[in-house]
Design a protein around this ligand. Sequence first.
Ligand SMILES: *Cc1c(COP(=O)(O)O)cnc(C)c1O
Length: 462
Amino acid sequence: MHYQSTRGDAPILQFEDAMLAGLARDGGLYLPQNWPRFTDAQISSFRGASYEAVAVEVISPFLGGAYDRPTLDRMIHAAYANFGHPARAPLVQIAPGRWVLELHRGPTLAFKDFAMKLIGQMFETTLSRRSQRVAIVGATSGDTGSAAIEAFQGLEAADVFILFPHGRVSEVQRRQMTTPTAANVHALAVEGDFDDCQSLVKAMFNDFAFRDNANLAAVNSINWARVLAQVVYYVTSAAALGAPSRRVSFSVPTGNFGDIFAGLVAKRMGVPIDRLLIATNENDILHRALSGGRYQTDGVKVTSAPSMDIQVSSNFERALFLASGQDAEAVCRWMAGLKQSGGFEIPAAPLAALRSDFDSDSASEAEISAAIAQTYRDSGYLIDTHTATGVHAAAHAEGDSPMICLGCAHPAKFPDAVEAAAGLRPGLPPHLADLYDRPERVTVLPNDLGAIQAHIQKEARP
Ligand SMILES: *Cc1c(COP(=O)(O)O)cnc(C)c1O
């Protein structure tokens, strides 16, 4: 199995090197050169199987033999061992034909744990085999950072530097990043917004001298290995609700387009997915792009669903590459337009291809709040603000296939907004009950590439 860049001008890599590289050297994102497909019989066999057993079957065709089966099996079991539910990603019905897929049973209470815990295991295995050490550098709008820190803390082979927008993540999110005590963990509060953090990380990866010298590795949602880990829960939930004989749809709260792209991968692997519904908050660039055909940035709004407060949706490049018939030149042109003038037109053919898989909707702050309140009133079930964007979109969706709304985070991660909407304050699960009492450790840095590079160089272990 080989991996190519969406911009067509980076070395073709095998799985482990694509994972360690994160972003390709031409600025593009890695994708497999061909797509494994399940037979219907295989999908049927996933019904009632454990999450871990399905994960092995979904992930191994993409590895090109990088890890043997016992090793993959061991890593998957280690990754999900401390999730708070034996099904790992259980389904909860909230209305006729509508379900929430709970993806917040991991240690940091958001779906990011699914990918991050596994990629932590994969990094450890690969790097220890190669006697290497890396500096993991990532930008987070909240949940990626805590999941990365949780997954990599204390590892011998990696130092972790997480950039987050100073003052723009929830208190629970911040404390999850600033309270771990392992010496290889570095929480960096940047005086800027999430897009500034993401640009800084991209700039560090495009500075080849720095990148090679500091042995940078990325684990944010552009990393193919993360996307791959997220494919698994689309497969388990579709099988649970009747695939391959019944089609299902998914409503996916979307920021960087990583989670929903994993849904497209599941569909390409033969899972009978009817619609993939892109649910945004007021940062609705993807909804505008799908509806109007122009991808145009428009400033970031601060919302009650901060993990989706994003204006440039990195993984959308992967969807554009596939929708254009793998036209790397076109992708380069569009990305140049984005850089120069903040936007580009999606031509008719790729737009039609995108619309054949995706629908879109956006939720205002009032609609997020109303979705939380109504779900609680109707079913007694409490959802968080991100999940609420998907539940809102699902309520307005067309079609009659069962709708699975991805439950992205535990409501206790965003207690103020949830309490304001539902009139009930969600409590933290027991393993985080003392979070507000733990001492914090954080470095505040200016929105300045040189200052951040110097800090990383000083703190990373050689
Ligand atoms: C990361 C995140 C999202 C957005 O997911 P993307 O993969 O960036 O589209 C939505 N909700 C929560 C809670 C998240 O942590």
